[in-house]
Design a protein around this ligand. Structure first.
Ligand SMILES: Cc1cc2nc3c(=O)[nH]c(=O)nc-3n(C[C@H](O)[C@H](O)[C@H](O)COP(=O)(O)O)c2cc1C
Length: 188
């Protein structure tokens, strides 16, 4: 199979689209963020371009939230990635609530919400990398399966930068830590 060189093209897409919340100038604000990462079981990372309005609020308060919108929130989510809180009150689109951290606004319409305490901020040339500890996760009962968030019920918006589109989650393919078991036995 021939391969084409694409240069240094980050190709980790699709990524779940999130709505990150923070208090900026004393008011809640949300922006769309797909450059989210799992650092460990209770630690997440965000890559936010330095031009964004939200960054100052995260730095000032040391808190933020990560909200996971469902497919039915595609229009509002995209809007939060199109306009800046400098020019619009994006929080007015949502029923905003607060948990343990009083400066981490969350979106009730999103089925999963994580409130995070900033543990480290890294300066990249064009981006602020925020690393946060999840202090509490809020989840709609309707998307729980055996007490755990069920991706099929959450119906996340999967974003690809390659074609700038949102994709839906597909069906379950296989069980993890299980699909490879037969190969393990033959190698033993
Ligand atoms: C689907 C989608 C994903 C995005 N992901 C990111 C991201 O990971 N990092 C980033 O800096 N901006 C991202 N953006 C752009 C910001 O959400 C957008 O510029 C927003 O208006 C900034 O809002 P603020 O100025 O209120 O902070 C994304 C936009 C969209 C539509």
């Amino acid at each position: 199979m021939p391969k084409t060189r694409l240069g240094a093209l980050n190709s980790l897409y699709p990524m779940p689209t999130t709505l990150v919340g923070a208090m900026v100038d004393g008011r809640p604000n949300f922006l769309a963020v797909a450059h989210v990462g799992i650092m460990d079981h209770t630690t997440v990372s965000l890559g936010l371009n330095k031009v964004h309005y939200t960054n100052a609020g995260i730095k000032e308060n040391g808190t933020f939230s990560v909200n996971i919108p469902s497919m039915d929130l595609v229009e509002k989510t995209d809007y939060c990635g199109l306009v800046s809180g400098r020019n619009a009150d994006k929080a007015s689109l949502f029923d905003v609530f607060y948990g343990n951290l009083v400066t981490a606004p969350m979106i009730r319409e999103c089925p999963v919400n994580m409130e995070c305490r900033l543990v480290q901020a890294l300066e990249f040339p064009k981006h602020d990398i925020f690393i946060g500890e999840v202090v509490e996760t809020w989840c709609d009962d309707a998307v729980l399966e055996a007490g755990r968030p069920d991706p099929g019920k959450i119906r996340p918006l999967l974003f690809s930068m390659h074609d700038k589109r949102y994709y839906a989650l597909g069906p379950v393919l296989a069980e993890a830590w299980s699909a490879g078991q037969s190969l393990k036995k033959t190698a033993d």
